[in-house]
Design a protein. Structure first.
Length: 184
């Protein structure tokens, strides 16, 4: 299983690097300039690529890295994005102001916009989520999919919650249930 994850991560990074433009040009969807293929950050602003630019490829944040958008493999203690993320993120804390699509695997995952994919951590907090959230605590405004944790809470559920305490405020009759809660 671990080999499969490594192969997928390397494939994702190589694909992003190959698809990265060779010549810098304006790309409004990815920030002021075209995305850079690699980022190495000690802590923002002590990093190779400035915070107001995007990365498509690999970002290594030794303590704290911050960029607008990130596509590819994002590894670090604190991974911060003021825009959107597509890819795989590993670390201690993952903070995304925009949308996240892919696998986010940090102790603490926070996505301000829409999360789509697999989220694994101690705490997962999203504005809107679609997919599978696996953590001790999962909190969303809207959830479409599956939450698995000790404590699961959402305002609007379209799916299944499994945990010790499950809160779905839109559930008719019983918005708080132990073990299993669902709204379809």
């Amino acid at each position: 299983m671990r080999t499969l994850v490594v192969v997928l991560a390397v494939s994702l990074v190589l694909g992003a690097l190959i698809s990265a433009p060779a010549v810098a040009q304006d790309d409004p969807a990815m920030g002021q300039d075209s995305p850079k293929p690699i980022q190495l950050a000690l802590f923002a602003p002590i990093q190779i690529v400035p915070e107001d630019q995007s990365i498509r490829g690999l970002r290594l944040s030794l303590l704290y890295g911050s960029n607008v958008n990130m596509t590819g493999l994002d590894i670090g203690l604190v991974n911060r994005n003021t825009g959107n993320v597509k890819g795989l993120q590993w670390g201690v804390v993952g903070l995304t102001d925009g949308n996240f699509s892919g696998w986010q695997d940090n102790w603490v995952n926070i996505v301000g916009g829409k999360f789509t994919g697999l989220q694994t951590g101690v705490y997962n907090g999203d504005g809107s989520a679609e997919g599978f959230l696996f953590g001790l605590v999962n909190v969303t405004d809207t959830m479409s999919g599956f939450q698995l944790g000790l404590f699961n809470m959402t305002k609007e559920l379209d799916g299944l919650q499994v945990g010790i305490v499950n809160v779905a405020k839109n559930a008719s009759g019983h918005p708080v249930l132990p073990i299993v809660n669902w709204v379809f």
